[in-house]
Write a protein that binds this ligand. Structure first.
Ligand code: GGG
Length: 363
């Protein structure tokens, strides 16, 4: 029996509602296939914890998490705590501390989901954004002086290191090589940002040159945003900085029909530290506690975790089950379709989780 120890961090808001559905689906697929078992230890870190302890997670959190095979994360942020404190107190220290430098964010138009783009069908949108995840605009370098005075000054410095750019570009090249189209776009704003992003361009050209079979291009982020909407079918793999890829992938999830359908994996490719798997969406305070959050992004992130752990058959079965749930025929709000309100349905979070399990068993 292959045993995996996973640290479960539901975090805040709907993280507590969607994570249990991912756990449920992973248990179901492990029961169905046999051969592996996932055991969880839950950690209460997040905004509630901050209000009680003055910190988003325990001081020795990274030490505690290090021995786990993976981290399964929900969402961070709640109105009771300023967003820059919650994000820099929980998510970013894990990504940075565990060198999860490749944040893999697929955009896939699922069967049965009517995306907002006219005439697009499943197969037209199928690309992956690789986000630099440890430095860039989210490095946390900077400060404020003369607080509250008229001459108050704030500096937020983007950090781009040769090594940091090189390793994420190489990861993206390798990922693109595994895909049939073998296309890679590097996204920057190097016409305006003439230091860091020119370094990025130089590193990209050199590293991509090691992969002669790849078809590569360099695209400015503003042009890429337009292309997401106008010609998403031309995209395969993209690599971009922390901020640009964060923004672009929200757009990616929007053109695929919902933020509730966007998964992600924060990967430490060397496997020196645990990698972390989380839906792209945040804690959604507006719907938290109502039981209507879409769990598919979290379940899909769980499938990415299984895949990374080497359980590729299980990951494939979970993906097939997700597609069977979204792809069932009939109007979204009609009988026979089990979808949350973001997709036009009337089902609750756990009904969708149960439906994924049912499809898993019947497929
Ligand atoms: N599940 C991801 C999450 O909670 N996201 C909230 C957020 O603000 N994320 C910013 C980021 O991913 O860098």
């Amino acid at each position: 029996m292959r045993d995996y120890q996973v640290a479960l961090l539901p975090g805040d808001g709907i993280g507590h509602e969607v994570c249990p559905e991912g756990v449920k689906v992973i248990s179901a697929v492990s029961e169905l296939l046999g051969g592996f078992r996932v055991t969880y230890e839950t950690f209460p870190w997040g905004c509630e914890y901050y209000l009680q302890h003055g910190e988003m997670m325990a001081q020795n959190a990274l030490q505690t998490l290090a021995p786990f095979d993976a981290i399964y994360f929900g969402a961070v942020g709640f109105p009771s705590v300023p967003d820059h404190i919650s994000l820099h107190g929980l998510l970013l220290p894990v990504r940075q501390g565990f060198e999860q430098y490749a944040n893999v964010r697929p955009s896939l138009l699922l069967p049965g989901v009517p995306g907002p783009l006219k005439d697009r069908v499943p197969g037209d949108i199928d690309f992956v954004v690789v986000r630099e995840n440890t430095e860039g605009e989210y490095a946390g370098a900077g400060g404020r002086i003369h607080k509250g005075l008229p001459l108050e000054l704030a500096v937020e410095t983007s950090i781009f290191t040769r090594e940091g750019v090189e390793r994420v570009v190489r990861y993206a090249c390798q990922l693109a090589m595994e895909r049939p189209r073998k296309q890679l776009a590097s996204v920057t704003k190097s016409n305006a940002q003439r230091h860091s992003m020119v370094l990025w361009d130089e590193v990209f050209e050199r590293v991509a040159g090691e992969f002669p079979e790849l078809q590569t291009e360099r695209v400015l982020v503003d042009a890429m945003a337009a292309r997401f909407v106008l010609k998403p079918e031309t995209l395969d793999v993209l690599v971009a900085s922390n901020l640009f890829a964060d923004i672009l992938t929200d757009l990616g999830s929007a053109i695929c029909g919902s933020m509730g359908l966007a998964p992600s994996a924060n990967i430490n490719p060397e496997r020196k530290y645990p990698s972390m798997f989380e839906p792209v969406h945040g804690s959604a305070p507006d719907i938290a506690g109502r039981g209507i959050a879409n769990p598919i992004a979290a379940i899909w992130s769980g499938a990415m975790m299984l895949d990374f752990l080497g359980e590729t058959v299980a990951a494939g079965l979970v993906m097939d089950a997700i597609k069977a749930v979204t792809g069932r025929s009939g109007p979204a709000s009609g009988a026979g379709r089990v979808l949350t309100p973001d997709l036009g349905g009337r089902a609750g979070t756990s009904e969708v989780g149960n439906e994924v399990v049912a499809r898993l068993r019947s497929n």
